[in-house]
Design a protein around this ligand. Structure first.
Ligand code: ADP
Ligand code: MG
Length: 240
């Protein structure tokens, strides 16, 4: 569904991604872990063309994307992104946040966008918050709105960048629950997270990034019980 081949990305003289290969199958849930600074966010941002790669290929649903030729807002509609800090528009209500992109990028009619948006709010358990402004919501609720907003574009894959890292501990569960439900419904997902219980339970595959390379990958059981790389062992000691 989304394929990265030999992805290289530098910022000035700092080489952050050093030839990443990552193939994500349809309906697969890949959890990506790694120390701070290892390049996790940069890789997700490259997959969504918020950053442009210096070398390599990105193929989405069979089509190699050429940032110079392809319509990037349309590409981004297919590759949803959920950020640590939600990024909701503060001056728009919850439902306005959700209908904005479908109306502008996909030219969906307002009435239809609202109907679909309300269904998505129902799905994330926030149907009653449609008319409120984000400031009235808890962090967990904001993140669930952000997920609904991403779903409103009917993406083929959603990238999550530490979606629960900014939340108070008691609010983490409600967001993970929504993500788990999406996974069960067959959404293709790449999730950067330190929530190892979620990774164990929901991931089909875990990849470990270190210093701009994928140094280990495997099914959760193998990854956790039998890591082969010394760095992975160290990392698992830190997060467990
Ligand atoms: P992670 O998400 O794994 O913590 P990042 O992808 O955010 O790692 O960052 C990897 C490295 O790239 C870090 O050294 C970071 O400082 C650097 N970096 C990220 N974005 C930029 C940028 N826009 N300009 C310069 N350096 C950046
Ligand atoms: Mg990051």
């Amino acid at each position: 569904m989304i394929i990265g081949k030999n992805i290289h990305k530098s910022f000035g003289s700092l080489e952050v991604l050093k030839g990443i290969d990552l193939h994500v199958q349809p309906q697969e849930v890949v959890v990506m872990v790694g120390a701070s600074g290892s390049g996790k966010s940069t890789l997700l941002r490259c997959f969504n063309f918020l950053e442009m790669i210096n070398d390599g290929e990105i193929i989405i649903d069979g089509k190699q994307i050429d940032p110079k030729r392809d319509n990037l807002p349309k590409v981004r509609a297919e590759v949803g992104m959920v950020f640590q800090h939600f990024h909701l528009f503060p001056h728009k209500t919850v439902i306005e946040n959700i209908i904005e992109a479908p109306m502008i990028v996909k030219k969906v009619k307002k009435e239809q966008a609202i109907n679909e948006g309300l269904q998505l709010l129902e799905k994330v358990g926030l149907r009653d918050k449609a008319e409120v402004y984000p400031e009235k919501l808890s962090g967990g609720q904001k993140q669930r709105v952000a997920i609904a907003r991403s779903l409103a574009m009917k993406p083929k894959v959603i990238l999550f960048d530490e979606p629960t890292s900014a939340l108070d501990p008691e609010l983490v569960g409600e967001v993970l629950q929504v993500m788990k439900q999406l996974a069960q419904e067959g959404m293709t997902m790449v999730v950067v997270t330190h929530e190892m219980n979620f990774a164990r339970e929901v991931a089909d595959r875990i990849v470990m990034l270190h210093d701009g390379n994928i140094i280990e990958e495997g099914q959760p059981e193998d990854f956790f019980e039998n890591p082969s790389h010394e760095r992975t062992k160290q990392f698992l000691k830190l997060v467990n």
